[in-house]
Design a protein around this ligand. Structure first.
Ligand code: IVH
Length: 679
């Protein structure tokens, strides 16, 4: 072929492929078979390989993913990406409507209602009709540029269907439930960690550094906004989006009254479980753009729009068993083992039953049909029982008097709901302590997963975390499903953990009430373990954020013989038992200096439903926050769970930003920080 012919063919193939792509992924009306499509794509890739100069900047070959990147540049949005105010009841929506009408007296108000897609917001910038940039929401002002990844999303056009257009488009990246399930199935088959729900895996996928890996993940897009100066209504914007080749959610409706809005809400609340992708409510927007402009914005959201959220999604499933899990501090947590059921975006087989009291209060029995609830959250909970469906022989559950892991008698301290195993040598606790020690925020030992930990403890090879350091490849390779290579890698990973900072080691020891912030405070003031061991509870209490409970716990820990034995082993292994956290973090690009909450002081209050307090704290710290105990004028943010009391009130009085647990989860997802999955 002559150069001109090659050029023409490349052009023709590119246009044709994008056309088929649009038909398949946007219109759901394929024009050719998958095989034919792949054949054309292959031809294009071959031609481009032989003639790299002729490759078009928006070539469909970009869909299979370009070269890996080491970093995502931060890019400022042309206008801030705001969020929506949430409402949870009709009264809230009526109040919103009254505010709108109050601000626009005697005017006709139409609302457009749309589905609120539970995914990740993404801004697309087109220049001369070509996709040149894709940026995540980030903190609203600036986000991560993930263009190469966005180009692999087949429903995002690389070229708009009209020429000469430069504009910004915003919408939501999401994953269909079936795709998500299949993907998790593959993860499971490969022994990889599972994703908690479609939203988390969407957020995580968008932040992968290898676009080829992104191309293999089933991401999709719905557009809901375009900067289009010629439009005078939101509905026109939506039409324009469709004409330009973007996927627009078909459930988009213009309503002349609130009744119509409510009926749209009811319709989709009912359809939600069968829709095929996750939605967490509907969005109500004033249709007329001039009216939108006159309504203006608050600091965070437009006054012309509002999200009307659905209640947490519920499902029913048979309770097959109640398993008791011993945590690293000895708390025995009852876990419901269920017949698999799909709820709120993922298949659920386990749910929390909280504690013995809750089982008794709800009278949950093995064999019952139980009601599960899963909000925007990750770990579902059992909220009740369908009594009519109870099998005749279902017996009340009796919480055992002995630890399921070691057989020691359980204890239940006065005033606590938790039942605990009081045996310091309990192997169940040891297993969880090992997992905690090797966890990401502690020693970060890759390859030391549950299966390995189980075997190491059950075979008696490891009696405390210090024993990890005397394992060799030979011993490890004798474990089930552990090849020579994995064994060597694990030995290397364990050895490498000797370099972790002292505060991470201290956190990893799993001392009751010592999270990573407390560990950092302690090491800052007591830069070696010897100093710390000598500290009296009174001295410890003098430190910021350290109260009598923590002080007593730390003091007691170091008095035990087990601690002395353990520390001797760690010392011998060369684990860092000294060093100031501040000094060693200087000059790093830790989350503390670069996260979404870098340098912010955050207070956690109220009871969290999904995350444990430790988890929430450690996740906030991963975003760079400093988590402290009391609200003051220096507090930047309060994360408030249920039944938050005086701290929330104080935050409101001081006009400090407040997040719900759900907002925290959303922000974590936005920041690409994974929330540990249930079970
Ligand atoms: S409009 C000012 N429409 O919900 C924000 N948002 O806080 C305008 N979302 O971050 C957003 N579906 O990512 C809009 N149909 C929809 C949406 C939608 C999902 C997300 C969006 C935003 C969050 C609201």
């Amino acid at each position: 072929m002559k150069a001109k012919q090659v050029e023409d063919r490349i052009r023709q193939l590119s246009t044709e492929l994008e056309e088929h792509n649009h038909r398949y992924h946007v219109l759901a009306d394929p024009g050719i078979s998958d095989r034919e499509y792949d054949r054309l794509l292959e031809e294009l890739i071959e031609l481009e390989k032989a003639n790299p100069d002729l490759r078009l900047p928006d070539s469909p070959s970009l869909r299979v993913g370009g070269e890996p990147s080491s970093d995502f540049p931060t890019v400022e949005h042309m206008t801030p990406m705001l969020s929506l105010d949430n409402s949870y009841s009709r009264e809230d929506v009526e109040a919103f409507d009254a505010r709108v009408r109050g601000a626009l007296p005697d005017e006709q108000i139409d609302y457009v209602v749309e589905l609120k897609i539970d995914g990740v917001a993404l801004s697309l910038v087109y220049e001369d009709s070509r996709l040149i940039r894709a940026v995540t929401r980030g903190n609203g002002v600036a986000g991560d540029e993930v263009t190469a990844n966005a180009r692999t999303i087949r429903s995002i056009p690389l070229r708009l269907r009209q020429d000469g257009i430069s504009c910004e488009i915003r919408g939501e990246v999401y994953m269909r439930n079936a795709d998500f399930d299949a993907m998790n199935q593959r993860q499971q088959e490969q022994g990889l960690p599972l994703f908690a729900n479609p939203r988390n895996s969407t957020a995580g996928t968008l932040k992968l550094q290898d676009p080829k890996a992104v191309a293999r993940r089933p991401l999709r897009y719905f557009a809901y906004w375009i900067h289009d100066p010629s439009a005078s209504t939101h509905m026109q914007r939506m039409n324009t989006l469709g004409e330009l080749g973007l996927p627009v959610n078909p459930a988009t409706k213009c309503c002349g009254s609130l009744d119509e809005v409510f009926s749209f809400y009811d319709t989709y609340a009912a359809q939600r479980p069968s829709l095929g992708y996750e939605i967490d409510g509907v969005v109500i927007k004033v249709d007329n753009l001039a009216q939108q402009e006159r309504l203006g914005f608050t600091a965070k959201s437009p006054r012309s729009a509002m999200a009307f959220k659905f209640d947490a999604e519920q499902a029913q499933a048979r309770l097959l068993d109640i398993r008791l899990q011993v945590g690293r501090t000895g708390v025995i947590a009852p876990v419901a083992i269920l017949e698999p059921v799909f709820v709120a975006g993922s298949t659920v087989q386990r749910a929390t039953l909280h504690n013995a009291d809750e089982i008794e209060r709800k009278d949950v029995r093995i064999g019952d049909l139980v009601i599960l609830e899963k909000g925007g959250d990750v770990i579902p909970k059992v909220v009740g029982v369908v009594l009519d469906e109870r099998p005749a022989d279902a017996a009340a559950f009796i919480f055992p008097k002995r630890c399921p892991a070691c057989g020691a008698e359980t204890i239940r301290p006065e005033g606590e709901t938790a039942v605990r195993c009081g045996n310091p040598a309990c192997i169940g606790q040891l297993k969880r302590r090992l997992e905690h020690f090797s966890g990401r925020n502690a020693m970060d030992i890759e390859g030391l997963g549950t299966a390995v930990v189980e075997q190491l403890v059950d075979s008696g090879k490891v009696k405390d975390v210090g024993d990890l350091y005397s394992l060799d490849a030979e011993v490890l390779s004798s474990l089930d499903r552990m090849g020579d290579k994995s064994a060597t890698n694990l030995v290397t990973a364990i050895a490498a953990s000797c370099q972790r900072r002292f505060d991470r080691v201290l956190f990893g020891l799993g001392i009751l009430h010592v999270g990573s912030t407390v560990a950092r405070t302690l090491t800052r003031h007591y830069p070696s373990v010897e100093d710390l061991m000598k500290a009296t509870p009174e001295q410890l209490e003098e430190l910021d954020e350290i109260g009598p409970t923590i002080a007593a716990s730390v003091h007691e820990f170091f008095r035990t013989e087990a601690a002395a034995t353990l520390l001797a082993k760690l010392q011998l292994a060369g684990v860092q038992l000294a060093g100031d956290a501040d000094e060693s973090t200087r000059g790093t690009t830790d989350s503390e200096t670069s996260g979404a909450l870098a340098g912010k002081t955050v207070v956690l209050t109220g009871s969290l439903q999904v995350l444990s307090r430790d988890q929430a704290k450690s996740l906030l710290e991963q975003m760079g926050a400093k988590v402290v105990g009391s609200v003051s004028s220096k507090t930047d943010l309060v994360v408030a769970g249920e039944k938050a009391g005086s701290k929330l009130k104080k935050a409101q009085d001081l006009e400090i930003e407040v997040w719900s647990e759900e907002m925290l989860q959303q922000k974590l997802a936005d920041a690409g920080i994974g929330i540990p999955a249930a079970g």
